[in-house]
Unconditional design. Sequence first.
Length: 80
Amino acid sequence: MQVGPNTLVTMDYTLRFAYGQEQIIPGLERGLAGLQPGEQKEIRVEAEEAYGPCRPDAVTVVGVQAGNGEERRIIIPGEA
């Protein structure tokens, strides 16, 4: 399958970290607490438990016209 517009892509990858050592975002670490080997769980992490709330003053939104006439937005990190 070739990836292109509207293609659903699922990626599985290995993430190695020492649990409890603050090597990953706090919300993900809390969501993993008590998980047993082979067990699966869906974890949703709110912004405040990840990289912090969105700060509109710290981003710039640039409109881009795609080749098919569809407009897409690109967010560029700004000065914090």
